[in-house]
Design a protein around this ligand. Sequence first.
Ligand code: PLP
Length: 417
Amino acid sequence: MQKHNKDAMIDVSKIKQDFPLFKRKINGKRIVYLDSTASSLKPKKVIDAVNGYYKRYTANVFRSIYKTSEEATAKYEQAREYVADFIHAKNTSEIVFTRNTDESLSLLVYSWLPYHVRQGDVLVTSILEHHANFVPWQQYALKNKCDFRIWNADRNGILSLEAIEKLVSKRTKLFTFTAASNVLGTLPPVKKIIEKVKEMNPLCLTVVDAAQAVPHLPVDVENWGADVVAFSGHKMMAPSGIGVLWAKEQLLEEMPPFLFGGDMIKEVHEKTTVFNDIPHKFEAGTPFIEGAIGLGAAVEYLSALGMRHVREHEKKIVSYALDQLTKIPGLTMYGPADPDIRGGVVAFQMKGIHPHDIAQVLDEDNICIRVGYHCAMPLHEYLAIGPTCRASFYVYNDTKDVDALAEGLKKVKKMFE
Ligand code: PLP
């Protein structure tokens, strides 16, 4: 893999050229893409990698000895190596390719929970969660009469470490939380949280939803100390439909597979089956080969930028956005004011104007934001705020994009005054 350029700073005008979508104009106007939290744009490098598979070596993986299939297999496995390296996993066998974060997390409902969690046991998730890290545990708890507990945050999304003492006991079997809120942008101190949970109950499974962390910050899963980490390719410049489940080798060895069929087996006889080694045991059927190859290219792209720089850049942009948007009368922003503990996400509302109206007016100028509950309804209900607008930033956004948003919002305000 191309080595990290640790001294390079983020040059947005150069980066924008890597993303073909920015060449497009709609009604003669440029696109201001502020919805990377939902899905990021794709650089040419990723598009070329996917095209390369289609044009030069389309074949299934693992099954054949002809050259193009061997090439496809090598690229698929190379992507796994890149991902392992990117998140500092010990071994490629710890990287399971899934479809997305939802699938990575839900896999535990089939492969881990039924073997460890009984009636009356406690499952904990935080109030900040995306539904992907909320509904699986809620539903399991309902079905199995477990105690589903919520780790509440303050109004800025700050989770208290002391509260862990009340939530974790011998009966707590799973403790999960997001490494970055997709609404408030809050960045909880992952390592400290895991340490605290393990101090209270070393056997409690710790699961981190890193869907908004791996694309935006340097992540070291070994340093975090969690048992399971999940994330999605499409939020980090890769194709949609490829996701990752990282788990410690021993845990993956112990867990039974939840999808059965081809490739996840070593031998099948009339009465018995021997499952494949990890991670293949969890990758039944023909995988999303080109998706994984695209993810490998995305990891190369991000690594060349340097994740430290990606984070620093987003911190600058979010600080600037917080400064600019506060100047708009009637606009309320949610989440921490301190950019040190905030990712590149700004959720907001404008007094008396429905978020959908705001998004529609912004769309006239091709300013793409997201509105609604952002798959985090419990959080919106907890804050009692109703649907919000959300602008989110990535390496291809600059202060001009923030200015366009601020101007757009002023236009909205005038229209509805
Ligand atoms: N977790 C968080 C924090 C998210 O922001 C998202 C998507 O927005 C998800 C999980 C779900 O990701 P996916 O739709 O790729 O499964």
